[in-house]
Design a protein around this ligand. Structure first.
Ligand code: SF4
Ligand code: SF4
Length: 379
């Protein structure tokens, strides 16, 4: 992840912003601050402002002079952690490098195990579903493993996090240590090809493994020859609107592959006002829902309203965090992961986030919370 210093990011904006207002027009968070970019850069963002930015990057995409308000807010997060201006340990329930975090405990309580998917074995090809999919879509993860196994006989499953959450929280040195360990694990297992479903994981691991010969493939490339993916869908003809993921906005690798695969299945595509390079956040970016839940909900509702305007039958996303977020909006159109459509494996995501929340209710919930929070963190 790009990590310029706060001073550098602010000076760049102070000196070069032409005050066109394009970024503010696209961003609810900037509109909420109510100041121009040079003014924010001159006084430097507050910690609250930094943790209100979803790090979505739309401001970069629309800037006519290639500036990045996003970099300023990301650098402010890193400075806040470094200077202990935020009690980041209060959010340790999210840290993926702790044995007990919200996701690992959710999997344990719901008996989600991938013991039958040859996890962490020394095999040439590895499927890396990412922690959100591993946790909240175990049936889809298992189905994907099965279909991928049909294409790659010697397939292991890596039940790891890519490390991006640490980066987004502003914990860059901790993320660096995490990534060194993850890279060593992948190399020790002698993996030559890594298959990824999540765009966040894809771009994060592309950086982590940049100096290795390990080949990264999206699940859409890996499943291109698959019989189910290649055949016409039983509900072909339905109109799909695709929500693009923020980390894909620059390279648009997933955006292109997903659209091609959906058209091949016989679906027709209708596009939202903001798509591909100019996609909008789903509301889960930058973990804003943990810091500014009302703002995050408003971002989600705004995006859902865009999807509804297209007249689509289905809102499809290729990041499970986006899918789960959209599924929380009661009046939303049907939401599916793109892979549910391609594999003809429909799922209902409406109550998944609620189920995760209720884990902490009642006296048992309190004990679970204490267990997650009390444990000593790894450094
Ligand atoms: S990264 Fe997204 S949320 Fe943050 S300032 Fe830019 S457009 Fe706004
Ligand atoms: S889009 Fe770029 S130039 Fe325009 S206000 Fe934002 S940062 Fe400044």
């Amino acid at each position: 992840m790009n990590s310029v210093s706060l001073k550098e990011a602010c000076e760049n904006l102070q000196q070069n912003c032409i005050d066109c207002g394009a970024c503010i027009q696209e961003c609810l968070m900037l509109q909420g601050i109510g100041e121009d970019i040079a003014t924010i850069a001159t006084r430097q963002p507050t910690v609250d402002e930094a943790y209100s930015c979803s790090l979505c990057g739309l401001c970069e995409s629309v800037c006519p002079v290639n500036l990045s308000p996003k970099d300023m807010f990301a650098a402010r997060r890193a400075a806040a952690v470094e200077q202990k201006e935020i009690a980041i340990e209060d959010y340790r329930y999210m840290f993926p490098d702790r044995p007990n975090n919200t996701m690992s405990v959710y999997r344990e309580l719901n008996n989600i195990s991938y013991a039958d998917c040859h996890p962490n074995e020394k095999l040439p090809v590895a499927f890396f579903p990412g922690c959100t999919m591993l946790t909240y879509a175990p049936d889809l993860t298992r189905e994907l493993y099965k279909q991928l196994k049909g294409e790659y006989e010697q397939l292991t499953l890596l039940p790891d996090c890519c490390g991006l959450p640490l980066c987004q929280l502003g914990m860059h040195s901790r993320e660096a240590g995490f990534s060194v360990n993850l890279k060593a694990k992948i190399q020790d297992l002698e993996i030559r090809k890594l298959i990824l479903t999540c765009p966040n994981c894809y771009y994060q691991l592309r950086e982590t493994l940049a100096d290795t010969a390990i080949e990264l493939r999206t699940v859409y490339e890996a499943l291109a020859p698959n019989e189910v993916v290649g055949r016409r869908a039983p509900d072909a003809g339905l109109k799909i609107t695709v929500h693009d993921s923020c980390p894909d906005r620059k390279d648009r690798i997933f955006a292109e592959q997903v659209r091609k695969a959906l058209v091949q299945k016989g679906y027709s595509l209708v596009e939202m006002a903001n798509n591909e390079e100019y996609t909008s956040c789903c509301g889960s970016g930058g973990h804003v829902s943990h810091f500014q839940p009302d703002l995050a909900k408003e971002v989600t509702r705004t995006r859902v309203a865009q999807a509804q305007k297209t007249g689509a039958d289905i809102l499809a996303a290729y990041c499970l965090a986006c899918v789960l977020n959209f599924a929380t909006v009661p009046e939303n159109l049907k939401t599916q992961h793109v892979l549910n459509l391609l594999l003809e494996f429909p799922q209902n995501y409406e109550n998944v986030k609620l189920k995760a929340k209720t884990m902490f209710e009642g006296s048992d919930g309190q004990k679970i919370w204490e267990r997650i929070m009390a444990e000593e963190t790894q450094k």
